[in-house]
Write a protein that binds this ligand. Structure first.
Ligand code: DON
Length: 478
């Protein structure tokens, strides 16, 4: 958040936290091997939610509207429903089996026969309306205490989960300082841990700052950007976790000396295999996350990313609450070197511990130059950070909001050691240049991301808003 009147900038960390009864090896069998899908499906995969606490905190400390007011449209949509639209229908089709396992989720998202509803059918969530109403009246207590909390705990435990009333009652939003960096005179304000997004973004930008990207051919430019991604994602895997649990060398990782060291291992003519970077030994994209970019007439701004992790989270709606359980526990590293659904690996820093927050990739960001401002972010799991990097570079190269959200993407996340690219992101010439440098390349089976961008040109006062053509959403100025 940025408050224009006094320049206050802050980050609301309303990340899910591990339940108090969570343990480091809870997703491993007695032999120490990962139990398939344990951290993504079933009630053990759900972290203690943070968003309800954030909505209350946001309204009380920063909002112009009381929570009661700002929840009103959501309550109406939950009660009266909204017409099923193509993208949600596709998601329901994709996750039908999962939704069938939860009678309450099936009631909301499937037909009485368990089928996929037709377009235009009203999706109603009456129980969720009641839960939101409890929050409208009591604030965060309406969710974390009283009837709703009891129903949440009963519902989760009935399915074998480990939530307690104390886990909910003790949930707190934590205000943290956003990370601030500088790239060729642009001021970058982004997410601090427990997201890895801002650290990795600044890490990559600092590496790139030492190259003249405009002077090299486009194949080399993309090679350098990929090498920066590789190193930033490696640092994410090796060093990062919840700041309340682990000490992290953040100043070092986001500093110029470190970037100079990183640069010294980059060759202009050759990919560096990820295996050669000291790091973690090992072994597709799943939504669902939402990003909002907001700028008001007073210059106040919000870059907000919200996530239940995968489409429909665990797929389970807790009876009587309308609350869909997230599967954010999969954002922990369930075992050093074991990749999560996004293929991300981690270390002890991101191991599970009671009440700890799992490392995120969410990267809500402001980029500010003397000429203008960009507010942006996107869903996309591990791809979020590389999208944030490309989006920042696009903006600084003079692209408009509409061009930035459309620009084809490429991605490297250290492990697996491969450049994944969208159709059209790399020209045939760039592909052969990169292959000649020993990069492994793979065209993604489908496009990724749902980036939401606002730009504001200070000289002309012009504001542009654009939503990613790959996803849903809309840029609105009113
Ligand atoms: O916090 C994270 O990094 C993940 N839970 C984000 C997941 C996500 O973006 C899925 N959407 N496409």
């Amino acid at each position: 958040l940025h408050r224009q009147a006094d320049g206050v900038e802050t980050m609301l960390d309303a990340r899910e936290k591990a339940p108090g009864a969570a343990t480091r090896d809870m997703y491993l069998d007695p032999g120490g091997n990962p139990i398939a899908r344990a951290s993504v499906a079933g009630p053990l995969a759900a972290g203690i939610p943070g968003e309800p606490a954030a909505f209350d905190y946001l309204a009380r400390r920063f909002g112009k509207l009381a929570l009661k007011e700002s929840l009103r449209p959501a309550i109406r949509l939950a009660r009266e429903g909204f017409p099923l639209y193509p993208r949600l229908q596709a998601a329901i089709r994709y996750k039908r089996e999962l939704l069938l396992r939860s009678p309450d989720a099936a009631k909301v998202f499937l037909t009485a026969e368990g089928g996929v509803p037709e377009l235009g059918v009203m999706i109603k969530q009456p129980d969720l309306a009641l839960t939101l109403e409890a929050m409208a009246v009591q604030g965060a207590k309406g969710f974390y205490g009283g009837r709703v909390a009891q129903d949440l705990v009963n519902g989760v435990r009935a399915e074998g989960g480990i939530w307690t009333l104390e886990d909910l009652a003790s949930y707190r939003v934590i205000e943290r300082k956003p990370l601030v960096g500088n790239y060729h005179g642009a001021r970058i304000v982004s997410a601090s841990p427990p997201s890895s997004g801002g650290v990795a973004l600044l890490d990559a930008l600092n590496i790139l700052a030492g190259f003249d990207l405009q002077q090299v051919d486009s194949g080399t430019r993309k090679h350098l950007i990929v090498e920066a991604m590789r190193r930033a994602y490696r640092d994410r895997a090796v060093y990062l976790g919840d700041p309340d649990f682990v000490a992290m060398p953040l100043a070092l990782l986001t500093g110029q000396d470190y970037a100079a060291g990183q640069r010294s291992s980059i060759r202009l003519d050759k990919a560096m295999p990820s295996d050669l970077l000291p790091g973690i030994e090992t072994g597709p994209l799943g939504p669902h996350t939402t990003h909002f970019s907001i700028l008001d007439a007073g210059g106040n701004r919000v870059a907000g990313t919200l996530s239940v992790n995968l489409y429909f989270g665990t797929g389970e709606i807790v009876p009587k609450t309308g609350v869909l359980l997230n599967n954010t526990m999969d954002d922990f590293s369930i075992k050093p070197g074991t990749p999560n659904v996004f293929g991300l690996v981690g270390n002890d820093e991101n191991a599970i511990a009671p009440n700890k927050r799992p490392l995120s990739s969410m990267t809500p960001t402001f980029v500010e130059t003397p000429r203008g401002l960009m507010i942006f972010g996107t869903p996309g799991g591990s791809y979020i950070i590389s999208m944030a990097l490309l989006g920042t570079l696009d903006y600084l190269n003079g692209m408009s909001a509409a061009e930035i959200v459309k620009d084809p993407r490429y991605h490297h996340q250290y492990l697996p050691d491969v450049i994944e690219y969208e159709k059209g992101a790399l020209s045939p010439n760039e592909i052969s240049r990169l292959e000649a440098m020993n990069h492994k390349l793979e065209e993604g089976s489908r496009p990724w991301g749902n980036m939401q961008v606002i730009t504001w040109d200070f000289a002309t006062g012009k504001v542009e808003a654009a939503a990613d053509p790959r996803g849903e959403g809309e840029g609105l100025i009113y």
